[in-house]
Design a protein around this ligand. Sequence first.
Ligand SMILES: [Zn+2]
Ligand SMILES: [Zn+2]
Length: 986
Amino acid sequence: MRKNKYFSLPSSQFDFVANEKKLLDWWYKKEVVKKYLNKNKNAKKNFSFIDGPITANNPMGVHHAWGRTLKDLYQRYKNMQGFCQRFQNGFDCQGLWVEVEVEKEKGFKNKKDIENYGIDKFVQDCKERVFKYAAVQTQQSIRLGYFMDWENSYYTLSDENNYMIWHFLKVCHQEGNIYKGTDSVPWCPRCGTAVTQHEILDGGYHQRTHEAVYMRFPLIKDGKLQQDEYLLVWTTTPWTIPADTLVAVHPKLRYAQVEYQGKKYWLAHNLINKIFNQPLAPLKVITGRQLIREEKITHYKAAFDNLPIIKQIAKSPHFHQVVEAKDLVTEEEGTGLVHIVPGAGTEDHHLVKNQLRWPEVIFPVVDEDGSYLEGYGFLTGKNAKDHPEFVINYLKEKENGRYLFKLENYTHSYPLCWRCGTELIWRLVSEWYIAMDNPRKSDGKTLRQRMMAVAKKINWLPEFGLKRELDWLKNMTDWLISKKRYWGLALPIWQCDCGWFEVIGSKEELKQKAVEGWSEFAGHSPHRPWIDKIKIRCPKCGKLIERVKDVGTPWLDAGIVPFSTLVDPKTKKVSYLTDKKYWRQWYPADFITECFPGQFRNWFYSLIAMATALEDKEPFKTVLGHALVKDEKGEEMHKSKGNAIWFDEAAEKMGVDTLRWLYCRQDPEFNLNLGYKVANEVRRQYLLVLWNAYCFFLTYASLNNWQPIDQKLNLRNLVVLDQWILSRLESTKKLVSEKLDDYQHHLAISKIEKFLEDLSLWYIRRSRERLNPQNQNKKDQENCFQTLYYLLEQLALILAPFIPFLSEEIWQNLRYHQKNYDPNDSVHLQNWPKAEEKFINLRLEKTMAQIREIISQSHSQRQTAGIKVRQPLPQLTIRNLGFRIEKELIKLIKDELNLKKVKIIPGKGSLQVQLETKLTPKLIAEGKARELIRKVQVLRKQAGLSLQDKIKIKAPSWPKEFEKEILTKTGGLSIKKANQLTIVKI
Ligand SMILES: [Zn+2]
Ligand SMILES: [Zn+2]
């Protein structure tokens, strides 16, 4: 039985996908995965990998599979090298992305629908969705060949994770870095939540056309309304016009007064032509500063001044004032006079709050859904974004359009909600922040400075990662951590009307301080709505107070995992909060890898922020970022475009080894263009070449009844060709290790690709005859078999981390006939092979490369002369060969090029190769004989004959002097004349 398996010939139509499924079954049935996870359990050296959690919200995509392939690759490599490791996968569970999907499932339109349904039920549904997709993603990852401790995955919804974030927030609070701030922030009116700076960049800006409005504001000079002198002001957000507060000019820009249809307008001098579509001679030209100080243009009137809220605000002398703001004003667009609404714009708000310090003119515009608030008269309750016509129609009618100069369609890039695609608005809200620029008491350093110092200690791959991270850290605002939502970390902040607030750092602390609601909460996870039952007492005023209703940003959930997931297997406790001994063994992580474009401001950022606040130490030593997966043409994959490839489909159609090869060979710095065409190409070029080399070996091993013997290869007995391929193998092994040590897997696999090419296009090509059963040099044949066997076995080992399936298939089958064969053993339980330095002969590798170059030049000369390879040629002359050449190599050249003689003329200068193509009658006869031999071989193959079968040949003609050779080479017993070439099996 054993014999049958080992030399059973694999079908030429090998089914890669079916084989992958067979091996998956086998790995789990034979507990190979379990043995793999425990392989180095007691090793002294460890390699700490922390998994960036995958959002368990949908099936896994081909873009996830890239990162997961790299994670698996490096963990497998380190496992073969004997490092003790944790193999913990993570699922990201909380946050708006899950909520939005559950809302879609239930057909909910807004937050009211959720509250009517019940927050408890909604949160439960979110949890269930997460568990459902975590299970789906686990199965998909297993299909990818990803070996992880699947039963011990971490979930960011766990109590451990949530309470560890509480601990972090408490530490931040103790340093005075938690505060509630009012700001005018980007807001999604559908999701009813603020959208952070990080998320805006994720959601992206999209081309949108809006109605832009040119308003004219009559001037008020010395308290008097001017009848025919106006400021010309422009906006692309008509919904903010009712709340117009100030107009800003640039102090140094030149402004002009022009007369047009009986009215005088002020605007930027350079924009006159653009706005009036004609050159108008200015009446006056002055700078913005002169406009305010010398021309005394300081106040104006606007169209909505009768609204109750405006009447209230207008009591301030600063209302409708003209101000200088050089950062907000340009001549690129508009009129050079900027409409400022501190209640609906981040920069506007900062100008009024921080620079002008006029808090009395900051007032809100819209509510959570984007509807106008109380005080906006006829607009109150109307959705501001959906109905710009209320504002525009009012402007058209009011005093016969006095305040409206003109309307025009304006296309610009506009931010959308990263989650639901709704156009964002800006809204005045109170949110919770972590301060970045608060100097620490002990050394005066701010969190921002400390984070930058930590980021610099990390090895960023690709290198530009550090610069990107530092750019982000330099420019980012305070970290907005709250969301007015339901499914997420319950921010542990209890707040009192008197202004005092408390940040709770643990479940124990909460229990101790709870005055009401503990019994209702007990037994539940620390989520809404159960956590909201608990009241504590305000130590300042004695009132019973509740938790703020906000949940936390999910990047807190993912950033805390280097602290929350290191659970000591002995005590089963989170090590960081107990004795820290186990935690210290695994922190910082040696390695993390994720898709980089978004993570500089997301996961990498939150990891660094949390590790800095807690420990002032880097959370990971090396980060490897990879780019995005696009379709074959380099375009974004989209369900709606029909160019998306689903992971399951890719696994079924390409096979995951092919998919993994594609991921591994891609330079992670650049996007991967993935499709079936490129997958087929990679399978053909590499996987099939490997498979064919292996089949070639099996075929001839079977024909010759060859058995592996337990004997090391002896270099002295080997021919140069064997020495060369062994050198190539060992130097490839060495380079692959070096590249993997540097996390340059794409360079590592390119070395293997090069080796496969050498193996199939040269070594095997030149070794066919040696393995022919008719070869009488049995010693040479044995060496060739042994060399090939060793090559394939070593290849299987170094390919195991890259393509776990095919490498296993080959390795298993090769081992089958060894004395110590263990049917439960696996390539994935082996040690990483060390390069055999004594086999490496770089001089020989270089020589062979040059010989192959000579051969390639000669082949093309033959082609130019139109002479087939089977026609022997008299001579090749090589001039100026820069090195000595062994006899064996000359023979190699002669055999490959079908030559009678190779003449080498030494000398200096550039290498010259000249093929002699003049034919003698004898050479022509020999060529005919070779041609006939080839045709007979084809007929033998068509008849399905084996190498041992003997035949009788009939042929129209043949060169008599080569008759004996023809018969020997074709297994023929006789040859007779006939009109047509035929063979008959005897
Ligand atoms: Zn949204
Ligand atoms: Zn109080």
